[in-house]
Design a protein around this ligand. Structure first.
Ligand SMILES: [Zn+2]
Length: 393
């Protein structure tokens, strides 16, 4: 809040001392004024703008404020004026659609979509998502499918957000088969790296009682966490846990794959892969002297090797490996202990068997706590969660 206030002052100062403000600056100013001094202030500022400063951007900023604050009348009046001036854009239509969805008037959204088509205003992914959501609220799932057909016809690339949204629509409508097919497509997206995407996968697979899906997504999430960590550990200071853990993992992988008589080439700054040392020596070289710049890529490649000794103990952040106390802590930290949680812990108190025979990564308990964590964060319904627990038994 302080920063915003300071920003507000900066804009005031900018405007008084120079005419360097452009229309994007003015649009930001409108937004800031609405946040700090209220809508009245933003409106006054907009009204006092010279004609040339009343553009797509400044109009759009004010409309955005009205939509966020859910002032339907004001938003409608302004939007009509913008349309008359031929200033309306995809963004403005998206704002109006959100406003109607927030006001629980989903039936208005398809009308806006039609208008956009009529005016040749292109849909972006957000537009498509809001149209889908409106049809879902109206329980018109054929129309939801129609939106997808249209996206396919227009060769729109589905991102994980859209697929996640669609899967959620299907899940909420108990169309589990379709939900799972959509989640499957989401899993197959190239370069799926976003944690949030995996959280959605895990949650929705859980809600549709697809345990295989939950396991698969959880493994992928761990792998992504591992890859993210591994790809950066050499940039971290040499005394940090990330760095040291990374080095240890590298040494273990190198020993498993490249050792000759219990020694590996040392890629430290001094040895530069010319000298052979034991695991302990290479580890301390890398921690004391640091890696040779010429071998950074090789070190990462080796660290990322997956072999039979790999039990993925390089944990994603925040590590939900098998450290139960830590996990309970994280869960408590976010949600606060409550009666439900205590009951849950009692319920699974006997869960210290492996998740499945031979599984070394998780005990049932740790896996369930991980799931419970997601239940809390994502508001999975009690019945859906209990159904999943039944499956696990
Ligand atoms: Zn060395």
């Amino acid at each position: 809040m302080d920063i915003i206030l300071i920003d507000g002052k900066v804009y005031e100062w900018l405007e008084k001392t120079s005419n360097k403000m452009n229309n994007s600056d003015r649009a930001i100013r409108i937004d800031l004024l609405a946040k700090t001094e209220g809508l009245k202030s933003a409106e006054k500022y907009f009204d006092n703008l010279q004609g040339t400063a009343k553009t797509k951007k400044t109009y759009g900023a004010l409309l955005n404020c009205y939509c966020k604050e859910i002032f339907l009348e004001k938003a409608l009046n302004l939007f009509e004026r913008m349309k008359e001036l031929r200033l309306s854009s995809t963004l403005n239509y998206n704002n109006m659609m959100s406003l109607y969805l927030n006001l629980d008037k989903p039936e208005k959204v398809p009308i806006l979509a039609e208008e956009m088509e009529w005016e040749n205003i292109i849909f972006d992914l957000y537009t498509y998502n809001q149209i889908m959501n409106s049809y879902a609220s109206l329980k018109n799932f054929d129309a939801v499918e129609g939106v997808i057909e249209k996206m396919n016809k227009n060769k729109v690339m589905f991102d994980w957000f859209t697929l996640g949204n669609l899967a959620k629509i299907y899940t909420n409508a108990s169309l589990f088969k379709k939900a799972n097919a959509t989640l499957d497509n989401m899993e197959k997206l190239e370069n799926l790296r976003d944690r949030e995407a995996f959280h959605i996968l895990i949650t929705l697979y859980a809600q549709t009682s697809n345990l295989d899906g939950v396991n698969r997504s959880w493994d992928s999430l761990k792998l992504v966490g591992m890859t993210n960590n591994v790809n950066t550990y050499l940039n971290r200071p040499k005394y940090t846990k990330d760095y040291i853990d990374g080095v240890k993992l590298f040494v273990r992988k190198a020993m498993a794959n490249y050792a000759t008589e219990e020694e590996i080439k040392c890629p430290c700054r001094k040895c530069e892969n010319r000298l052979w040392w034991s695991a302990g020596d290479v580890e301390s070289h890398l921690i004391c002297s640091g890696p040779s710049m010429s071998f950074i890529k090789w070190i990462y490649d080796v660290t990322l090797l997956i072999d039979k000794t790999d039990n993925m103990d390089f944990e994603p952040n925040p590590g939900f490996g098998d450290n139960l106390d830590e996990m309970l802590d994280v869960t408590h930290g976010n949600m606060g202990p409550n009666a439900d949680a205590r009951k849950f812990y009692r319920l699974i108190n006997d869960g210290k068997q492996p998740l499945y025979p031979g599984c070394k990564n998780f005990s049932r308990l740790s896996f369930l706590v991980m799931l419970y964590h997601w239940k809390c964060l994502n508001g999975v319904t009690k019945s859906a969660f209990e159904e999943l627990l039944q499956l696990l038994k």
